[in-house]
Design a binder for this molecule. Structure first.
Ligand SMILES: [Zn+2]
Length: 464
């Protein structure tokens, strides 16, 4: 295989060079760059191999075509452009954001996607206070009038001092860098959505349902751009069968992605599992979505009853700081999620039925701060092999736990007589309490096991 051998050769040269520079901070910066170059040349090689394997093993399948159309180097170029200092952190209604939006519109136009914005443009204009801003909108028409929405926010928190309401977080190593480049938040998701649009445009296919690609602004201001869209939809929301949102998809472990929203769109999650069976990313899809589901643009659609999934690779120490830089982005992951996202959009666009919708209750169910029992306490709590427990570090007034008499420091070891497992205790605990009405907890309190009946239900208002 051609690409692979060249990458490995350069890897050998690079790794021989590393120790030469291992002294000064300058040296560690060079070392970091060398390691990054090593990682990227391996990813580039891997992407070529994946493309060839798919073309050989499953010719003509959407994923094989998408692997060919989504390019590693193009993804890298996108990230370094969107998160470059020239765009100055792409604050809503800023010059930098406008340049990013024009760049995206030009890419969508070149891929043959239809402009469905105002006056035949790729822009849906709206106002943030007195300032003019816009969402970028591009469309791949379908045979029917139903639509799948694929989105990401393009804006970030701009340039300036950290703190206050700016959304800018100070970083001890930022020095006098005041440009908040937002490489992961959210140049990564924007680049992935642009590549999805260009690849599906390039496939010259007409799916059963149309696919709308949208890059919101105003997300950092409180999901303002996506809320504007659902209040002024270009395609009626009742014909909008799904929304797929990509926000911060470029960091943390290779191939790994968190996906939230399964509990509100079960058939969408099933479609994702089907597509990923071929794509092979390491997806974490919890049965119950955490509170972070409220913190990105899918939530505007979810609140309007549109089945929605949220893709993210999670938090990191550079989040909302001036150090969220492009050279920290896992480019191979952008390429992978763009391929998977495009394949999923196509799968949902051609799916027989539509996904059902369920409102996701994101408020706390119990009103407790749970953590898994540490190994050191197992014996004292009388936990058998394979058994686990959940320690309550706090119990919030007014919620089910407090109303049922649970206390801080209580350790829950069983629910309805069934012990909690030692592995993934918290996940299992969340799954078991997910949609119960009444349960009996076995609790260890002051060394004794007591049964505590728990009745769920909405928070109790404070008696005035
Ligand atoms: Zn974001």
């Amino acid at each position: 295989m051609r690409l692979a051998s060249a990458a490995l050769a350069s890897a050998a040269v690079l790794s021989a060079l590393v120790p030469l520079f291992a002294e000064s901070p300058r040296a560690s910066r060079i070392e970091r760059r060398l390691k990054k170059a090593l990682e990227e040349s391996e990813q580039r090689a891997a992407s070529g191999i994946a493309e060839d394997i798919d073309a050989a093993l499953m010719p003509g399948t959407p994923l094989a075509s998408l692997r060919r159309l989504v390019r590693f180097d193009q993804c890298r170029e996108d990230i370094f452009f969107l998160a470059g200092d020239e765009l100055a952190g792409r604050d809503t209604a800023s010059e930098g954001h406008l340049k990013a939006a024009q760049w995206a519109a030009d890419r969508f136009a070149a891929a043959g996607l239809k402009p469905v914005g105002d006056e035949g443009t790729y822009f849906q204009n709206w106002k943030f206070g007195k300032k003019k801003t816009l969402n970028v909108v591009a469309f791949l028409p379908g045979e029917t009038d139903e639509v799948v929405v694929v989105g990401a926010h393009l804006d970030h928190v701009g340039k300036g001092q950290a703190g206050g309401w700016s959304g800018r977080i100070p970083h001890p190593l930022a020095g006098n860098d005041v440009i908040f480049n937002g490489a992961d938040d959210n140049a990564s998701g924007s680049a992935a959505v642009v590549e999805m649009g260009c690849a599906l445009g390039g496939m010259k296919t007409t799916p059963k349902r149309g696919i709308l690609f949208i890059l919101f602004s105003g997300e950092e201001k409180g999901l303002v751009g996506s809320r504007y869209y659902v209040e002024h939809p270009i395609f009626p929301l009742r014909q909008t069968v799904a929304m797929l949102n990509f926000d911060m998809v470029g960091r943390n472990r290779d191939h790994e992605m968190d996906v939230y929203g399964k509990d509100g769109a079960p058939e969408l999650a099933e479609a994702l599992e089907r597509v990923n069976a071929r794509a092979g990313m390491n997806l974490k899809i919890p049965a119950r979505s955490p509170g972070v589901f409220m913190q990105s643009d899918q939530y505007s659609f979810h609140n309007k009853g549109v089945p929605s999934l949220f893709f993210t690779s999670g938090m990191h120490t550079e989040y909302h700081t001036a150090l969220d830089h492009p050279d920290l982005i896992n480019i191979g992951k952008i390429e992978e999620i763009a391929e998977l996202g495009a394949a999923l959009a196509l799968e949902v666009a051609n799916m027989e039925g539509r996904s059902t919708f369920r409102k996701i209750e994101l408020g706390p169910r119990l009103g407790v701060q749970p953590s898994a029992v540490p190994a050191a306490r197992r014996q004292e709590l009388g936990l058998q092999e394979g058994e686990g427990g959940v320690v309550l570090s706090s119990v919030t007034k007014g919620y089910a736990a407090a109303r049922s008499g649970l206390k801080a420091k209580d350790v829950i070891v069983a629910i309805d007589g069934r012990p909690l497992p030692e592995e993934n205790t918290l996940d299992e605990f969340r799954t078991r309490i997910y949609d119960a009405e009444e349960q009996v907890f076995t609790v260890v309190r002051d060394g004794k096991r007591v049964e505590v009946p728990v009745k769920y239900g909405a928070m109790e208002e404070e008696k005035k």
